[in-house]
Design a protein around this ligand. Structure first.
Ligand SMILES: NC(=O)c1ccc[n+]([C@@H]2O[C@H](COP(=O)([O-])OP(=O)(O)OC[C@H]3O[C@@H](n4cnc5c(N)ncnc54)[C@H](O)[C@@H]3O)[C@@H](O)[C@H]2O)c1
Length: 243
């Protein structure tokens, strides 16, 4: 698999799945624009062009895509990954919580997809959105995050149909629980470890996924190897959604 010659924007690249994706894309030969609201985290990524910004702010989202155009005159790939992951029941959550999560996970993904497609419409391209098992099926404590991830699945399907004529492919990945730094931190105390072990037990493969395992699926969908795949929501979940 190669991304050589492709200019790719990865949002939320300072940590977790986005970071693993940016690192893999560099290994696969891509020119990578790594964007995040976390400037310190971004500063530790090598061999990328960094853009600090908030995906939910119109001008920032535009600047992330423009950085690719400035570098290469085009954008070939967008990985719409930036997001927040708060776990709340509907009785715990407030209207402000809803607005915050939908603003980042929903509007932020919409804006970055919008500006990427405006730039890709005459050249073609590929977009991968970060959905989740929670963007396909129900889970407890995800009264806001879950619906926000349905936005990611929905954007993949609707934009795939709307833009297939322009050779823009749009797919989503739906990861199960992934062992990012936040999850590793949870494992440090007994109660957190019990929670993480419980999550692992819910996945038929009886373990959590690693960020690079999601990054590999994203790279495949972004690459020309996936040239006839669009509108798909690909589980990367150790069998979770197959149950
Ligand atoms: N970790 C999991 O188990 C899991 C499972 C399914 C889906 N996902 C999805 O994968 C994506 C990445 O999650 P992760 O686990 O790597 O999380 P993470 O917290 O490690 O990384 C998210 C990144 O997004 C950045 N970010 C947050 N708000 C932003 C904003 N407004 N503008 C720009 N950047 C912003 C953060 O600074 C961070 O670097 C998310 O969309 C998440 O919903 C994660």
């Amino acid at each position: 698999m190669s991304l050589s010659g492709k200019t790719c924007v990865v949002t939320g690249a300072a940590s977790g799945i986005g970071r693993a994706t940016a690192e893999l894309f560099v290994e696969l030969g891509a020119t990578v624009v790594a964007t995040d609201i976390d400037a310190d985290g971004l500063a530790t990524l090598d061999n990328v062009t960094r853009v600090v910004g908030d995906v939910a702010e119109d001008e920032d989202a535009k600047a992330m895509i423009q950085a690719a155009i400035n570098l290469s005159g085009r954008i070939d790939v967008l990985v719409a990954n930036a997001g927040v992951i708060p776990l709340m029941t509907i009785t715990e959550a407030t209207g402000e919580d809803w607005d915050h999560v939908m603003n980042v996970d929903g509007k932020g993904m919409f804006l970055t997809c919008k500006y990427a497609i405006e730039a890709m419409q005459h050249t073609g391209g590929a977009i991968v959105t970060l959905s989740s098992i929670s963007g396909v099926a129900g889970q407890p404590k995800q009264a806001i995050y879950g619906p926000a991830k349905f936005v990611a699945s929905g954007l993949a399907k609707h934009l795939a149909v709307e833009w297939a004529h322009a050779n823009i492919r749009v797919n989503a990945v739906a990861p199960g629980t992934i062992r990012t730094a936040v999850v590793k931190k949870l494992e440090e105390d007994a109660e957190g470890k019990r929670y993480v072990d419980g999550m692992a037990a819910m996945h038929p493969m009886r373990r959590l996924g690693e960020p690079v395992e999601v990054a590999r699926a994203i790279a495949f969908l972004a690459s020309d190897q996936a040239s006839f795949i669009t509108g798909a929501v690909l589980p990367v979940d150790g069998g979770y959604l197959a149950q």
